[in-house]
Design a protein around this ligand. Structure first.
Ligand SMILES: O=C(O)CCC(=O)C(=O)O
Ligand SMILES: [Fe+2]
Length: 265
């Protein structure tokens, strides 16, 4: 998978451009999170593809002429879907539900999209980030990253902490949908990626998220009117994501709009 992704980013720009995303769309090859011409851009190149369920695959964005790419992505996607099922089942139990609790509430398996990020070397890593601070809107995100280049950082106690790669392992991050469903028991993690002067870096993020039409909100078992009142309103997932992408990414600021005000209690 890593080799297939590296081969894609090594293609000449003219070739990669054939898979370019349309303006205001998220699928395809391009730049991340651009909402205004005035913003400082992140130092990265990326391609995002919807991968599960398979009828959501839009092959016009897939570099099918690149030998082995489709096969590698399909196999990787299949394995990630197993991970998604396992995470969904285990988090159901953590939230006081049966193993199939979240699956039932969400009307089925989580959907999946894979974003492949390429961060070129950067002569001024002190000035430019690879990805600005954000949390993912997903239920969960898995990250496969280069074994020997550290780039990912998470916000912990108001400080940025580098996440050193452990060879042959995945990082699993909690996204906003899990924060909302768990009534803030399991918080989405704020993270960013930094650039460096010495080596380019690749990361492969698998986003696992509810169906667009699904309404998400704190599950009943995580609400206790006395001790743990409902902190988020129910919202259709697609509306949550639309709102998130219409804003400039600034850490977790976007999660606020789904919050119930304390005065509502
Ligand atoms: O490159 C990384 O380690 C982080 C990527 C990321 O946060 C994302 O694609 O959402
Ligand atoms: Fe992310």
């Amino acid at each position: 998978m890593k080799a297939a992704v590296a081969a894609f980013f090594e293609l000449p720009f003219q070739e990669k451009k054939k898979y370019a995303k349309a303006e205001n769309e998220i699928e395809g090859y391009g730049q991340n999170f651009v909402v205004s011409e005035h913003q400082k851009l992140d130092w990265s190149d990326m391609i995002f593809l919807f991968t599960f369920p398979s009828q959501n695959r839009n092959f016009k964005f897939w570099p099918l002429s690149l030998p082995g790419f489709k096969e590698a992505l399909e196999e990787y996607s299949r394995e990630m879907q197993k991970l998604a099922e396992e995470l969904q089942a285990n988090f159901s139990v953590l939230m006081g539900l049966k193993r199939d609790g979240l699956k039932r509430l969400q009307g089925g398996e989580l959907k999946q999209g894979i974003r492949m990020n390429y961060y070129p070397i950067c002569s001024r890593p002190d000035l430019v980030l690879g990805i600005s601070p954000h949390s993912d809107g997903t239920s969960f995100t898995s990250l496969l990253q280069d074994d020997d280049v550290t780039g990912l950082q998470i916000k912990h106690n108001e400080a940025w902490v580098p996440v050193k790669p452990i060879p042959n392992s995945l990082i699993v991050n909690i996204g906003d949908a899990t924060e909302i469903q768990s009534n803030e028991m399991y918080k989405s993690i704020e993270h960013r990626a930094v650039t460096n002067e010495k080596k380019p870096r690749i990361s492969i993020a698998t986003f696992m998220f509810p169906d667009d039409e699904q309404e998400i909100g704190p599950v009943e078992t995580m609400i206790d009117d006395q001790n743990r009142p409902k902190l988020y309103r129910n919202i259709k997932y697609v509306d949550y994501v639309r709102e998130k992408f219409s804003r400039k990414m600034e850490g977790k600021a976007h999660t606020q709009f789904a919050k119930l005000r304390t005065s509502d209690h």
